[in-house]
Write a protein that binds this ligand. Structure first.
Ligand code: FES
Length: 94
């Protein structure tokens, strides 16, 4: 289990995530609407967040939604990111 802290939610919130769950799935299980849900497959960009702190692995993400510069700045798609430690993330305003 890891703890994910969401800094830019209306009030700072944290949730626990099981090993093997993506950040999006963990959010859905614990807080339902905290991170927007779309295709769940890395293609729509709806679940984009920025990782402020923490280690993670990731699966393929659409370059249309996460360009190289954004990736270097910590932007990821929550449905394609798997925590390897506690993480702190920011929601991305649309
Ligand atoms: S839900 Fe579509 S990219 Fe994550």
């Amino acid at each position: 289990m890891f703890t994910i802290t969401v800094e830019s939610s209306p009030t700072r919130q944290s949730f626990q995530i099981s090993t093997g769950d993506s950040v999006l799935v963990g959010s859905e299980k614990c807080l339902s609407n905290l991170i927007p849900v779309g295709c769940r497959g890395g293609g729509c960009g709806v679940c984009k967040v920025r990782v402020v702190e923490g280690d993670y692995s990731s699966k393929c993400m659409s370059k249309a939604h996460i360009c190289d510069a954004q990736a270097a700045d910590g932007y990821v798609l929550a449905c394609r990111v798997y925590p390897l430690s506690d993480m702190c993330i920011e929601l991305v305003k649309r």
